[in-house]
Design a binder for this molecule. Structure first.
Ligand SMILES: Nc1ncnc2c1ncn2[C@@H]1O[C@H](COP(=O)(O)OP(=O)(O)OP(=O)(O)O)[C@@H](O)[C@H]1O
Length: 549
């Protein structure tokens, strides 16, 4: 759970000090101004002017103090507000960076986008604090002054105000439920947007699909959200209006009922009325601020949930250092992994005893749904095994150490995303001999376009070419282990043949360990081992013997 106060405290140690100081200055100036106004009405001097200082001088002084302190505090708050917003936004992104693949998949990108949107609401907290402190201080001071003039009259007003406040808060609580529903609709809306934008081509090509996603999902969701938001806003406005107008009830009580009950003189009456009028603006500001709490609580809850869910099976922090490590063997013993599905029929992958030795070419084969990709996700520590042991060079390591070790793997997944930016810091210039060699070997000469100024490759290529570029970039990473998930599936026959008969052998020659998922039976003979999966288990692990050349 994100600790809001901690965020504020770490952002500024002066935060509480500023709040208290503003509160004290506020009480001092508010009380003073209120007393000066009543002095002017009643003609009676108070301790403020009894020393001979003219009232106007005290008035100017108090206003100046109030102005300067508020200006200083506001500037401080502007800086703090921006700082808090950045911190919260980045805290969500930091959690995503170390999340396990499974928790990320389960959550869905749309919830993360929505949570980042929520952090904007939280950024208003400092501004709301100022309003809250200012208003509360003015109201408390006004009541103290009221109490000083007439304790009984003050208690009657206080009682009425408390009743009005309880009614107001009760109605507000009911609105909060609807607000939660609006926020749920927002999550569903982001989900549809992801489908629309991610599957743009499929949506664009089919009118039926196009109409259905728009009418049944997006438009339907937005209409529901619009109606519910309108209802919520109307309820809020009505509650606010009732809250503000109830204040006239208090004013009426002070003007007509209190003088009749307590037999007040005209001076006291003037003081009562001025005090009530003085409180009017802070009370309405306070009423406006209260609904914000509902929105804030919902936002904090949602960010907290994201935080908790992404925390599950978190991986090592990528900023924690360099994980490069040589190895001779990797061994998995009694490893099992089960998808966290609600029904009991969920798929389980089991590795009773499986070893990868340095320099091997291992093919992972088997029918659709037998667990090959799940195995790759475990091997690359994208998912965390629920049990079993992992050994690096026969030394048992815990899962976090293994997850850190997985940084020694260069992976090309089936639906690999080719980043536009060069996040790997590869040298893409013509002086990089390795780049030129790989470009030549992978038949990318004349195809690959390098933006020399920005040191990155243009990724607008055909699918097969993109896969070759992905392999080129993976080999440029120069990691000891190369993992490929159905890499050759989109290659033309010539490149496919070259991949199996030459490129893989070249990788082996330079010392790489290659683990490749494949369905290409015609080339199984080029591997050192063929590991066959069925229903989540290894049913055969065959060493391929080759005739000496
Ligand atoms: N995110 C998931 N949640 C629940 N079950 C899943 C999930 N992903 C895969 N599965 C199930 O796990 C099993 C193995 O899936 P996996 O993707 O590992 O198969 P595969 O051997 O790679 O198949 P293919 O050859 O089609 O790529 C399947 O039965 C699938 O339904």
């Amino acid at each position: 759970m994100i600790d809001l106060l901690k965020v504020f405290r770490t952002k500024s140690r002066l935060f509480y000090l500023f709040l208290i100081t503003l509160g004290l200055i506020g009480s001092f100036t508010n009380m003073g101004i209120l007393m000066l106004i009543n002095e002017a009405f009643s003609g009676k001097a108070t301790f403020l002017t009894s020393s001979g200082i003219p009232g106007y001088a005290v008035f100017v002084f108090l206003i100046l103090v109030s102005f300067v302190s508020t200006a200083v505090f506001q500037n401080y708050m502007v800086a703090l507000t921006n700082s808090v917003m950045f911190s919260l936004e980045l805290s969500v992104i930091k959690k995503v960076r170390t999340a396990s693949y499974e928790s990320f998949e389960k959550m869905g990108a749309e919830k993360i986008y929505a949570a980042i949107g929520d952090t904007r609401i939280l950024s208003r907290v400092p501004e709301i604090f100022v309003t809250l402190i200012n208003s509360l201080v003015t109201i408390v001071c006004s009541f103290l002054y009221f109490f000083w003039i007439s304790p009984l009259a003050c208690l009657v007003v206080l009682l009425l105000m408390s009743v009005l406040l309880v009614v107001y808060l009760y109605r507000n609580g009911k609105i909060e439920k609807d607000l939660n529903k609006v926020r749920d609709l927002q999550d569903v809306y982001y989900f549809s947007l992801r489908e629309l934008l991610g599957g743009f081509r499929q949506i664009r090509i089919s009118w039926l699909r196009n109409n259905n996603i728009y009418n049944r999902h997006i438009l339907h969701n937005r209409n529901k959200s619009k109606d519910l938001s309108t209802q919520v806003s109307k309820k809020y406005v009505s509650n606010e209006l009732t809250g503000v107008y109830s204040w006239y009830l208090v004013l009426g009580l002070v003007i007509y009922l209190i003088p009749a009950i307590f037999k007040t003189n005209s001076g006291e009456l003037a003081a009562f009325i001025t005090t009530v009028l003085f409180m009017m603006s802070p009370v309405s500001r306070l009423i406006m601020v209260i609904p914000f709490y509902a929105t804030l609580r919902i936002a904090v809850e949602r960010i907290g949930k994201i935080d908790e869910q992404l925390e599950v099976d978190a991986l090592p922090d990528p900023t924690a250092g360099n994980f490069t490590r040589e190895f001779n063997t990797l061994r998995f013993e009694d490893i099992h992994y089960r998808y966290m599905a609600e029904d009991s029929s969920s798929f389980t992958l089991e590795l009773e005893d499986f070893t990868v030795s340095k320099g091997e070419i291992i093919f992972i084969v088997g029918g659709n749904g037998c667990g090959k990709t799940t195995f790759i996700n475990l091997l690359t520590a994208l998912c965390r095994a629920q049990g079993g042991k992992v050994f690096i060079d026969e030394e048992e390591v815990d899962w976090l150490t293994y997850a850190a070790f997985s940084n020694n793997m260069a992976v090309v997944y089936t639906n690999q995303v080719l980043f536009q930016e060069n996040y790997d810091d590869h040298d893409m210039s013509a002086s990089n001999r390795r780049l030129l060699e790989l470009e030549h070997m992978l038949n990318l000469k004349g195809i690959l376009k390098i933006n020399v100024e920005e040191n990155r490759a243009d990724v607008n290529l055909s699918r097969g070419q993109q896969k070759r570029l992905a392999l080129l970039l993976a080999l440029l990473e120069d990691k000891p282990i190369v993992v490929l998930d159905e890499w050759a599936a989109e290659q033309d026959p010539r490149n496919k043949k070259l991949f199996y008969t030459e490129w893989l052998q070249e990788m082996k020659r330079i010392g790489k360990t290659v683990i490749a998922v494949t369905h290409d039976e015609d080339f199984f003979h080029v591997a050192d081992r063929v590991v066959r999966f069925e229903y989540g288990k290894i049913i055969a692990d065959t060493c391929i013997t080759r005739e000496p050349a």
